[in-house]
Design a protein around this ligand. Structure first.
Ligand SMILES: Nc1nc2c(ncn2[C@@H]2O[C@H](COP(=O)(O)OP(=O)(O)OP(=O)(O)O)[C@@H](O)[C@H]2O)c(=O)[nH]1
Ligand SMILES: [Mg+2]
Length: 387
């Protein structure tokens, strides 16, 4: 037992990305039959997002993971309407999705102070209930954390994702020449000269079969769902997990990563993506890079290199492909600029789409009013509204 929890601890360190808890709304207060008094409603249980909170802190502070709101006050002669029971607020980090016991999503907390009601207090005793109070709602709740970052690093183990994060930000992730060095997601921030900041999430390496829960990757694929853009990081010299597994070229790793994302959630593939081809300082890297570009430009000619079931329905379309070395710093400035450009362009597109939609709505509402000329009555009343 001790051994088990020890190895778990080693595996995920202090990081927790999900938590199961019990919540119960407070019972209502008693009514006062003789005087028709109404008992107070039981308090409600809420989850509330706080930037500085972590699930680990929540678990340490409330090891029982039981959250019960206060009871409503009984109706008394001096206070016929009993007061409401105290609400219970569970502080959780931003980026939590809340599901019930059956996996049904109750809601998501995406920004500071977002709140969701998870267990309602019972109503107080009143005439309708024969002056007897009702119990509060009882619920098992799952909290699931997904990181929110502008850019998520996607790659096989050892590709140099953490090395890259340490080059572009002040983050100090663990870096080593063995697979699965990164065991938990880590966030870093790229600072630009004009003080703009872009957050980057370093994620554990994915391997073939990640969608079926192989390796560490699957547990963390969900974090990629919340990033705005993807930055594929591949090792120009390819990847081999061990002497028992197949060697994969850089091109093959890109195809396999694409397939893993597709199998997990097709939506991921539609995210804007960039490709950083790493370890360009290695001998023969230039030659391999040319070969890779040729393969990416004509993927159909090379797809036979991977097993049929691993060929993705759609290939990734990279907005920029940048050769880099996370060790020598080659290409890093250009990569930073490309990341920014891509995010800015995408934000502009989103704005444009938003305005177009608004314009369309405006046109539609105009068309409706033209096709049906307003009656005098409507005109005067709308004028009234304006005044
Ligand atoms: N030659 C060379 N080696 C690199 C470069 N970038 C990273 N490495 C080395 O590659 C190994 C793996 O680097 P990491 O940054 O830990 O790779 P990772 O992708 O984060 O790996 P996981 O966390 O296991 O998924 C380390 O030994 C690094 O020193 C590079 O640009 N050139
Ligand atoms: Mg790493």
């Amino acid at each position: 037992m001790v051994h088990c929890s020890c190895s778990l601890f080693r595996k995920y360190g202090n990081f927790i990305d999900n938590l199961r808890l019990f919540a119960k709304g407070g019972s209502g207060g008693m009514g006062y039959p003789r005087l028709g008094g109404e008992g107070g409603k039981g308090g409600d249980v809420w989850v509330v997002a706080h930037k500085k909170m972590t699930l680990k802190q929540l678990k340490d502070k409330y090891p029982q993971k039981r959250f019960v709101a206060g009871e409503g006050a009984n109706s008394r002669v001096s206070a016929l309407q009993g007061s409401k029971g105290k609400d219970c607020e569970i502080p959780v980090p931003v980026g939590i999705s809340v599901t019930d016991e059956n996996g049904k999503i109750i809601g998501e907390l995406n920004k500071e102070e977002d709140r969701i009601l998870i267990a309602e207090g019972g109503i107080g005793g009143k005439f309708l209930t024969n002056f007897l109070p009702l119990k509060g709602q009882k619920r098992i709740i799952h909290l699931d954390l997904k990181l929110i970052a502008d850019v998520g690093l996607v790659g096989f183990p050892n590709a140099g994702k953490s090395s890259l994060l340490s080059q572009i930000s002040h983050a100090k992730p663990a870096i080593a020449d063995y697979a699965f060095t990164t065991l938990k997601p880590e966030l870093g921030k790229i600072m630009y000269n004009d003080f703009k900041q872009i957050s980057v999430a370093d994620l554990p390496g994915l391997i073939e079969g990640a969608h079926m829960n192989r390796g560490m990757g699957h547990k963390f694929l969900k974090h990629i769902e919340r990033t705005r853009q993807l930055l594929f990081v591949v090792d120009i010299s390819g990847f081999q997990l061990s002497s028992q597994t197949q060697y994969r070229t850089a091109f093959e790793t890109i195809i396999l990563l694409t397939k893993e994302l597709e199998l997990y959630n097709e939506g991921l593939q539609k995210k804007p993506a960039l490709l950083a081809v790493n370890k360009m300082d290695l001998p023969d890297a230039q030659h391999k890079f040319h070969e890779l570009m040729n393969q990416l430009q004509n993927p159909k000619d090379f797809l036979h290199l991977v097993e049929k079931q691993m060929i993705p329905e759609r290939n990734m379309e990279f907005q920029h492909i940048i050769p880099i070395s996370a060790i020598t710093g080659e290409g890093i400035e250009e990569l930073k600029n490309c990341i920014r450009k891509s995010l800015d362009e995408h934000a502009n597109q989103e704005n444009d789409a938003h305005f177009k939609k608004q314009l369309l709505n405006l046109r539609v509402s105009n068309t409706i009013s033209y096709s049906k000329p307003p009656s005098k009555h409507v005109v005067t009343s709308s004028k009234k509204n304006i005044i």
